[in-house]
Every structure is written in structure tokens, then in C-alpha cells.
Design a protein around this ligand. Structure first.
Ligand code: FAD
Length: 453
């Protein structure tokens, strides 16, 4: 990028402190957690932006995009940079648009809808919501660091999804505003079904500047860990609790041994050789849950109150994609997949995977409720990586036996498995970013020449 652009953007903002060009800072703010994938590591190492710009309001976002559009400068939005797919890594340099300073919670409406700027950290939103009787419906295990805009742009679900589905379900995202990448950037409101044009599009078709997010009434939670002799027994019990609406739960996560052995800070709750389940369950139901588990042969190894995100131990720190992080700390040959088993044939699917891949695949299941109300045995299995070919074999085999895979080893929206078949994300890109300057290279079905023809 030509140096004159940095000077011009600084002049636009009138605050040099929010235009960062120090190479180390720019490099740091060009990265995310793509290194979870040995495949992406090879592709994305060394990719950096030229400049980080930190707007504080919508007018500044518009001014930056207007300038970048006029001068053909790529712009890659950044929340907290905790994505795993290299979503926030700029492939063609340009501006990293760091939205961390647009972090206001404007209000929490009486019907439990939070109106926020995109840079608000999810942990802050959860804490503020709980003060007035609400809480997030679902959140990633990176809740402390991750931003709401980044969750919408690159995330899918997490803790709470067992009860409330993923971010895209149950009208959790009520509305959002996006700024377009055009000669005169517009602020466009997307409401109802139209939010799906923008959700999980990796910042390729607009910059989200305001969000209306539905919350759920706050619950007094407890946490517990329950060990079973076999993974099959742990899975059966987890499934029973997940699928029965009488249980008020936020987390139901069974792990196959030796995954629990990777959780060093809570190792004392993980008996050698046993499968383990981590639960967040309504405090009023915790004793009943533990009694039900004992009846099935389970051993309660930990039980305690949940006093907010600072609770220690915080069992959610070992779930969702944090599980992979603990595995990688134990042995950096571990990586992962993101799967959804079939609720009916799940046992057979797991058996076939084990027969074929043995301990190359270790089961870590995360239950989530799908948009049509079914309880899905989602999974983020830990995979012992040897070669890309072997990894692709495993993905192909999963798909062959009906296991859905959102491939976390590809760096584009389409390949990640959350691309919408109705093309609404692509159509929005054609409308809002005709030159293809927003996070270029990440939506591969977009061809700028088709638009300009
Ligand atoms: P970023 O990584 O900064 O951005 C993500 C994408 O959104 C990028 O493409 C970026 O360009 C785009 N973006 C950011 N802000 C905007 C904006 N304002 N407008 C338009 N586009 C924007 N994810 C889950 O869904 N569930 C999990 O449980 C989960 N667990 C994780 C555990 C670990 C240990 C790690 C490392 C990651 C995990 N993730 C999980 C992935 C990630 O943490 C979450 O999706 C998180 O919400 C991303 O937020 P972020 O602010 O870091 O986004």
C-alpha cells in the first residue's frame, strides 16, 4: 500500500493514535487463531495488512471505506482476532479495520434485546445483561476476548446452544446495520431473515456497525463433572439430558479419554482412563442430575456453583474449541474437525469412524439444538494430524457416512461449510462490495468481473 494512504486516512480521522503502522503491531493485529490448523498455517503464515485503523463511530467507518473504495485499498474487519479459520487475516494487505473501540452497549431493551456496537466483548455484554436479569443465549468459549461483531462475522454458536440453538437460529440476531463498500458507503439495516445475508460472511459483504441481539432470562447455574467408565455410557447419559427439555442446561459436553487428561488445571476431576462430561445445569436441578448420573454408574468428580465468568474452575474453559487448545498444548500434532453427527445413526457413525481411524480421532461432543428443534450431537473431535491427505481422507469418510463437516482447514466462506445454498451472502456482496475490496479472497464464488460486465 502506498504510504500516502496512511497519511490520508490519518487526516480523515484526525487522531494519529488510531492509525497504527508499526510493523509488529500490524502483524499482531493481522493474525487470528488459524494456526490451529496445520493446513492453514502453511497458507497464512506471513500474511499481513499494511495499516491498522481504529474507528470510533459509523461516520468514521464510512469515511475510511469511502477513501479505500476510491483508491482500491482492501479492508479486512477485525473484532478480537480469535477466529480459527484465518477469517480475519488479510490476504492482500491493505487496511485492517479494528472495531475494538466501537464497543458500546447502547441499551438493553425491556424485552431482552441488546443494542450494541460490534466491538463489545461478549463477556462484558454477558455481565451487563445478567445485572438486569438477562444473559446471552449462546456464546463461544472465547467469550472473555471475542467481540460480538466477530461472533456474527465468523462464529456459529457455543455454550448455551444446547438450549437456544446457534447464532443463526431462533431469531437470536434480530437486526443489524452494515456499512457498504461503495463510492458513497451507505448504512443499511437488515432485519428478520435478511440478517442471514450478512451472518457468517467473514466481513466480506459489509461492515457490521450495530446489532440487535436477543437475550434470554438469566438462570442461576451450577457446574459439575461426571465420569463414566466408557465413552458410550457418557454419551448415552449426555444425550438423555440434552434431549430432555425438562433439564435447564447451558452445556452438555462428553469427552473421550484421554482428552480429559489434557486439562491440566482440572486434572484432579478426570479419573484415569474414564470418559468425562462437563455440565452447566440450573442450580435447582444439580442434585437431581447428579443422582440420575450415579444411578447410571456415573461418578461425580466435581460439583460447584457458577458465580460468573471469573468462577474457578470454569468448566466451559475446556469445552467447544478450547478443548482443541488443551489438546494442542499436550501435543502439537493435534488438530480438530467440526462435525455434526446424525441424531439417529450417531452411534453407528462413531463406531465406523473408530474402526477406520482408531485413536487418530478422539470424540468430543457438543450438543446443540438445531433450528427445527432437533438435538444434534455436534462434535469438535480432536484429530491426530499426520498429513493433509490423511486429514482429507477422514473428512471424506465422515461425509460418506453422513457426518456433516464444516471444514476448519479451509480459508474461505464457502469451504467452511456454513455457506448458504440460497447464495444470499454472495448476493449481498455483489450489492455492497462490487469491487471486491472487503476481505478479498475469502468469498471465492464472488467474481468482480461478473458484476462490472
Ligand atoms: P474475529 O476473529 O476478529 O473476526 C471473525 C470474522 O468476523 C472475520 O472474518 C472478521 O473479518 C469478521 N468481522 C469482525 N468484526 C466484524 C464486523 N464488525 N463486521 C463485519 N465482519 C466482522 N467460535 C464459536 O462459534 N464457538 C466456539 O465455542 C468457539 N470456541 C473457540 C475457542 C477457541 C480457543 C478459539 C481460539 C476460537 C473459538 N471460536 C469459537 C472462534 C472465535 O473465537 C469466535 O467465533 C469469536 O466469536 C470470534 O470473535 P472475534 O471478535 O475474535 O472475531
Amino acid at each position: 500500500m502506498e504510504p500516502r494512504h496512511a497519511a490520508a486516512i490519518t487526516a480523515l480521522l484526525g487522531d494519529p493514535a488510531r492509525v497504527l503502522s508499526n510493523p509488529q503491531t500490524v502483524e499482531q493485529l493481522s493474525r487470528d487463531f488459524y494456526w490451529y490448523s496445520p493446513v492453514l498455517r502453511k497458507q497464512l503464515d506471513g500474511k499481513v495488512g499494511d495499516l491498522v485503523v481504529q474507528p470510533v463511530n459509523v461516520a468514521e467507518v464510512q469515511a475510511i471505506l469511502r477513501y479505500c473504495h476510491a483508491h482500491d485499498v482492501p479492508v479486512t474487519a477485525r473484532g478480537a482476532g480469535t477466529g480459527n479459520y484465518g477469517q480475519a487475516v488479510p490476504l492482500y494487505g491493505g487496511v485492517v479495520l479494528d472495531l475494538a473501540r466501537m464497543d458500546r452497549i447502547e441499551q438493553i431493551l425491556p424485552d431482552g434485546v441488546a443494542v450494541c456496537e460490534p466491538g463489545v466483548r461478549l463477556g462484558v455484554l454477558e455481565n451487563e445483561a445478567r445485572k438486569v436479569g438477562w444473559e446471552l443465549r449462546c456464546y463461544p468459549s472465547t467469550i472473555i476476548k471475542a467481540s460480538l461483531g466477530g461472533f456474527l462475522g465468523g462464529g456459529s454458536g457455543g455454550i448455551g446452544s444446547v438450549a437456544h440453538g446457534n447464532l443463526r437460529d431462533y431469531q437470536t440476531v434480530r437486526a443489524l446495520e452494515v456499512v457498504t463498500m461503495e463510492a458513497e458507503p451507505r448504512v443499511v439495516l437488515h432485519e428478520g431473515d435478511a440478517v442471514h445475508d450478512i451472518l457468517h460472511a467473514w466481513g466480506t459483504n459489509g461492515i457490521v456497525t450495530r446489532i440487535w441481539l436477543a437475550l434470554t432470562p438469566a438462570v442461576e447455574w451450577s457446574q459439575c463433572a461426571i465420569a463414566f467408565d466408557t465413552f458410550d455410557a457418557a454419551f448415552d447419559f449426555s444425550e438423555r439430558i440434552a434431549a430432555d427439555p425438562a433439564w435447564t442446561k447451558r452445556l452438555v459436553t462428553p469427552f473421550e479419554w484421554p482428552i480429559p487428561s489434557f486439562f491440566t488445571p482440572v486434572k484432579q476431576y478426570a479419573p484415569e482412563g474414564k470418559a468425562l462430561i462437563f455440565f452447566m445445569i440450573a442450580a435447582s436441578q444439580c442434585a437431581d442430575l447428579e443422582a440420575a448420573a450415579r444411578k447410571q454408574g456415573g461418578e461425580v468428580t466435581y460439583s460447584g456453583a457458577y458465580l460468573g465468568l471469573r468462577t474457578r474452575p470454569l468448566l466451559s474453559d475446556y469445552t467447544w474449541n478450547h478443548t482443541t487448545l488443551w489438546a494442542m498444548r499436550s501435543d502439537d500434532a493435534y488438530t480438530y474437525l467440526q462435525c455434526a453427527f446424525d441424531p439417529v445413526t450417531v452411534r453407528d457413525q462413531m463406531r465406523r469412524l473408530k474402526e477406520r481411524f482408531g485413536n487418530e480421532i478422539l470424540f468430543h461432543v457438543e450438543f446443540w439444538k438445531s433450528g427445527d428443534g432437533r438435538m444434534i450431537p455436534g462434535a469438535i473431535p480432536v484429530v491426530h494430524y499426520t498429513t493433509e491427505e490423511r486429514l482429507n481422507d477422514m473428512i471424506a469418510f465422515c461425509r460418506e457416512i453422513g457426518v456433516f463437516v464444516a471444514n476448519p482447514h479451509v480459508n474461505n466462506v464457502e469451504g467452511g461449510g456454513r455457506y448458504r445454498a440460497d447464495n444470499v451472502q454472495l448476493l449481498a456482496k455483489q450489492r455492497y462490495d462490487p469491487k471486491g475490496l472487503l476481505n478479498p479472497g475469502k468469498m471465492i464464488t464472488f467474481k468482480p468481473e461478473e458484476i462490472t460486465r
